[in-house]
Design a protein around this ligand. Structure first.
Ligand code: ZN
Length: 164
């Protein structure tokens, strides 16, 4: 029987809650279980570590600290950016991730905190930064990754990161 290890594509259902028990995200609202490539850092490190060695049908909970989740909140508040600096047809929404171009040419992930009239508020913190994450997990599938998936570092096919 196959278990979760590096080079396996794992499918799992999850419900993510915060310390207050508020549901932050759930695969059940999307319908299909979420696929990821184990060992490729597709999911937060604290959850990936708890997946190791599991089998299909396993159900477990994982409490993940900010250090092993989406990082500590660095205290910076969202910064206002004029709407005119974005493409006119860009569907800007709160929670959306963007790639900011730094002066040195490097890309840095940022998130839209809110959109109001002509101003977009940009946060360099992940929306879940600083939060302890509580995952309720059920593993529904495990298969060998293809060579292409290993090369890309993410799963392909139905529910995968993208199609080629
Ligand atoms: Zn790919």
């Amino acid at each position: 029987m196959s278990t979760v290890e590096s080079g396996k594509v794992v499918l799992f259902h999850y419900t993510l809650t915060d310390d207050e028990g508020t549901v932050l995200d759930s695969s059940h609202t999307h319908g299909d279980p979420m696929p990821y490539l184990h060992g490729a850092q597709n999911i937060v490190p604290g959850l990936e570590a708890k997946m190791d060695g599991r089998a299909i049908g396993d159900k477990f909970t994982a409490d993940v600290s900010p250090e092993e989740g989406y990082g500590e909140h660095n205290g910076m508040t969202p910064q206002p950016v004029p709407r005119s600096e974005f493409p006119p047809d860009a569907p800007l929404k709160a929670g959306m991730q963007l790639m900011a171009q730094m002066d040195d040419g490097q890309g840095m992930p940022v998130w839209i905190a809110s959109v109001e009239d002509d101003t977009v508020h940009i946060d360099i913190n992940h929306p879940l930064a600083g939060k302890v994450l509580h995952f309720d997990v059920e593993i529904t599938g495990i298969r060998d990754a293809t060579e292409e998936e290993v090369a890309h570092g993410h799963p392909h096919g139905p529910g995968g990161a993208h199609h080629h």
